[in-house]
Design a protein around this ligand. Sequence first.
Ligand code: GLU
Length: 483
Amino acid sequence: MVESRKKVRVRIAPSPTGDPHVGTAYVGLINYVFARQRGGKFVLRIEDTDQLRSRPEYEEAILKSLRWLGLNWDEGPDVGGPYKPYRQSERKEIYQKYAGALLKDDRAYSCFCTPERLNQMRSEQISRKETPGYDGLCRGIGQKEAEKRISSGEPAVVRLRIPRPGETVLSDRIRDEIRFDHSNIDDQVLLKSDGMPTYHLANVVDDHLMEITHVIRAEEWINSTPKHLILYRALGWEPPEFIHLPLLRNRDGSKISKRKNPVSLDYYREMGFLPEAMLNFLGMLGWAMPDEREVFSLEDMIAHFSFERISPAGPVFDLEKLKWLNGNYIRELSDQELLRRIREQVFPEERMNSVVPLVRERLEMLSQYLDVADFFFLGDIRPDLQDLIPKKKDAREAADILGQCQETLESLVSWKTDKIEETLRKLCEEKGYKTRDLFMTLRVAVTGKRATPPLCESMEVVGKAITMARIGRAIAALESAPK
Ligand code: GLU
C-alpha cells in the first residue's frame, strides 16, 4: 500500500460506559506505537454520545489506566489541543450542522416513525427470519413536507440515505478486501430526535475535523465501516485509511469477556502487573517482533512495528503468559526498585491509612496486624469452600447468591461503602435472601474469612476490580465443587 505523505494522526475514542477495558489498552498501544514510529500525533477522544450510559467516573478511570501504562496522548480532553473540544458531548452543535447539510443535499432524510412502529416492524422482520432494518417508509417524504411536520412539533430523527443499488468496498491492510452490498446496509440514524448524534455521525465528523489519517480500531466495528465510508462520500470528504485489529479471545476462542478473564485494567494494575510487562504482553497479541523475540520493550516495538506483521486471527489473551512475562520483568528490577514498586503498589499510603481504623478493634498485639489485615494486601485469596455455603444451603445456591452480587455490583459506578451497602440490601429484599446469608457468603468470598472488619468498608478498600475478581473465582470454585 502506498503511504500518503500526510502527517500521521491517529486516535483512540473510548466510550466512558464501563470500567477501563484491556481492549482499549490494546488498541491504544497499536495507535500509540504507529504514531510514535511515524513522528505523528496520538489523540484521545471521549465518545460520550450515549448519555444514559456515559459517566465522568469511567472517563477518569480510563484516562488513569492509560496513563499508568504510559500511553501518553498528545491531544485530549485533559491536555487540550488544536482541535478541541475532545469530548463529544461538548460538540453537539457541530454534528447538528453537518446533519443539516446532509438533509439539504438530500443525502439524508427526516424520519418520523414512532418507536412503537419501529418495534413492531422489527419483531415482524424477526418472525419472518429477515435481518432487521429500517423499511424506508419515510425515504420518500419531500423536504418541504418534512420541514412542515418538524415545525408543527412532530419529533424526527435524521437517517442516512444509503444509495441503492450500490456497493462499498473496504480495503484493510491486515485482511482481504470486503465488499458490502448496499441492499444489506441499514439507513442509519445519524441524529436522534433530541438532537444528539449517534456514534456513526459523531465519529465520522470528528475523525474528519481532527484530521485523522488512520482509523485503527477493533474488528467489531468492521460492519459499521461501510456506513462510515458512505457518510464520508455524502459529506464530500476523503476518508481516512481503516485498519481493524483482531478481537482478543479467551482460551476457548470466544470473544474476551469478564466471565472467563478479568478485563478491567484496574484489575491488572491492582494485582501488581508492571506496566512494561502489560505493554509487552499486549504487543505480542497478534503481532510479533521480526526475530520472534517474546520479551521486548515499547521502544523495540516502535522501532520494528508494521501492520503487515499483524495476524487477523484473534489472539488469545493468555493470563499464564502474562504472569510469566511479568515475572521476567520483576526479576530484571534491582532490589531497590522492586522494593519501591512493592511499597507503591501493595502498601500505598492511602490504603495503609484506610486499613488502620478498620482493624484496630481486632488487635491485642501489633504482631497480629497481618493476620487480621492480610486480605487487604493479597491478590488472590483461597476461601474454604464450606465457609462460602450458608447453613441449610448448597454450593449451587451459594453460587447463585454470589452471581447476583456480581451482577449488581458490577454496574456500580461509585465504589463507596454506602453505595455498596445500599445495593446489597436492596438485592436481599428483591431476591428474598437473608441478609445474614448473603453477607456471610460474600464476606468469605472477598476476604477469605468468617470474621472481619465491616464488610462494605472492607470492600471499598479492597477496591472494585479485586473484589469482583474474588467473587468470580469463588463462583467458579462453587460451580466445580463435587455435588
Ligand atoms: N467509541 C468507540 C468505542 O468505544 C470507538 C470506535 C472507533 O474507534 O471508531 O470503541
